[in-house]
Design a protein around this ligand. Structure first.
Ligand code: HEC
Length: 448
């Protein structure tokens, strides 16, 4: 036998055995991509069929091999997360080989059934639906952050076992949060008690938005000894109800837990509207609330840790801001959501236990404002009373940060995306079940 037929045979076999869209690649995309990459959703193209996928093959290879897609930013060296979005090495290899081999379609009979595309409520019909109270007209050509405060009209408090934010128009709603109104910067002063000065002293209000005054005292390291008496540099603030992010599942609270909405409570929708080219896009986002059948054993809570008094110098490439928290009781930590704006660069959550043992629970080495990800711990982490959490955030306010709207600005805390924030939302349970006292405890916490 001569040599060349064997070579030909080998190459034909390799070709025939190479991955195809229908058989090998579509299942990966259906599992990891199409929650965003489908018609009328946030991503630029659908990956639900070969025809719309094929022109993107090269870009898909780049973003998959470079782990840019799906979006996920936790350093794999620390912690395990139940919503870890990363593809496996084998999945990446399949996509790469598929593109390198010519991105073949394959046999139509190999095509898997598309995943069910839920247009309405993913969790089924909610018990209560509350919307933003108006049909909002999106201004074309600009990103916008809008706040809508609406009454619940609850005459009695309600326990909520799940909450689903339903974007009114998926093309324009980039992400959204729904908060109990006491989380609003303007209302924080209500929560300032004891000898803590009121936050309003340090605020400038412009319409719906607020910011910290340029001449307010500066504390970048809120972990330092002998802190000045300023609002919310220690302890925590009670956090929001639910969040929506493209591709993120709705907030379903762990079994046996629930969140409490007090009577007369108001909800604040904070919605980021993405830039759209055309006139005429409108939105009416809503939240579906699912009632718990009975008061829970444990109250699902969120503690928000902020440093309102940071100041980021103009041009600073790696400005550090810290916030610490001393555990006043044993807590089971469930999730972390870091929140900064365009200058946010990285964030680390570290715990020092009473025996001196240090542990990094989450490290996000490359924060991206476009993706407001939640990192849900695979197993709750028990942190005993007397432990200390250190949140360390770096900001890049230099011209090298391509998202930076203006490196010449000295930044304080502010609602607008062009200003900055230093917030961490941490979901937790008290380690001891709350039992029947749960409701009172929760109300007391909200009044704090
Ligand atoms: C959580 C939602 C989400 C998921 C999940 C997701 N994407 Fe994306 N993807 C987006 C959005 C939004 C954009 C456009 C903005 C951007 O590029 O960041 C995008 C952009 C892209 C681009 C275009 C990049 C370019 O060159 O312009 C590619 C290619 C891509 N995604 C592939 C994938 C693949 C493949 C998967 C699954 C393995 C995936 N994405 C999963 C939301 C998502």
């Amino acid at each position: 036998m001569t040599r060349w037929p064997i070579a030909l045979l080998v190459s034909v076999c390799a070709y025939a055995a190479g991955p195809t869209y229908t058989k090998d690649v579509a299942p990966i995309f259906f599992k990891h991509c199409v929650s965003c990459h489908r018609p009328n959703d946030i991503a630029p193209m659908s990956l639900l069929d070969y025809k719309s996928t094929r022109p993107w093959a090269k870009a898909i290879r780049t973003s998959v091999v470079g782990r840019k897609m799906p979006p996920w930013f936790a350093d794999p060296g620390y912690g395990h997360f139940s919503n870890d979005a990363r593809l496996s090495e084998a999945e990446i290899a399949t996509v790469k080989t598929w593109v390198d081999g010519g991105a073949a379609e394959g046999d139509a009979k190999d095509m898997p059934a598309p995943p069910p595309m839920i247009e309405g409520w993913q969790l089924g019909k909610p018990d209560i639906v509350i919307d933003i109270g108006e049909t909002y007209k999106v201004t074309p050509g600009e990103d916008a952050y809008e706040h809508f405060v609406v009454p619940t009209n609850f005459t009695e408090g309600r326990w909520i076992r799940a909450a689903e934010i339903h974007p009114g128009n998926r093309k324009v709603v980039h992400h959204a949060h729904v908060l109990m109104v006491s989380n609003n910067l303007k209302d924080m002063e209500v929560a300032s008690t004891g000898n803590m000065p009121s936050l309003s002293k340090f605020l400038i209000k412009e319409g719906k938005l607020s910011r910290i005054r340029q001449d307010a005292p500066v504390v970048n390291d809120a972990c330092a000894q002998n802190l000045p008496n300023l609002p919310f540099l220690t302890g925590f603030q009670e956090g929001a109800l639910a969040s929506f992010l493209p591709g993120r599942p709705p907030d379903v609270f762990p079994s046996g837990t629930a969140k409490w909405i007090p009577p007369g409570g108001k909800l604040e929708f904070v919605i980021h509207y993405a830039k759209v080219p055309n006139q005429g896009e409108t939105d009416r986002t809503s939240i579906g609330l699912y009632l718990a059948p009975a008061p829970p054993q444990r109250v699902l809570r969120r503690m928000d840790l902020r440093n309102f008094f940071m100041q980021i110098p103009a041009g600073a490439p790696n400005h550090e801001v810290r916030r610490c928290y001393e555990f006043e009781k044993d807590k089971l930590l469930l999730s972390f959501t870091p929140h900064m704006h365009y200058r946010g660069k990285d964030v680390t959550y570290e715990v020092i236990r009473p025996d001196g043992k240090r542990e990094i629970l989450l490290k996000v080495p490359r924060y991206d404002f476009n993706w407001q990800l939640v990192y849900r711990l695979k197993e709750p982490v028990l942190v005993p009373k007397g432990s200390r959490m250190i949140v360390t955030i770096h900001y890049d306010n230099s011209p090298n940060n391509r998202f930076n709207p203006d490196p010449k600005q000295t930044l304080r805390w502010g609602d607008r995306s062009e200003e900055e924030m230093m917030t961490s939302w941490i979901e937790y349970l008290d380690a001891k079940p709350d039992g029947p006292a749960a409701m009172q405890t929760s109300e007391a916490a909200l009044r704090r």
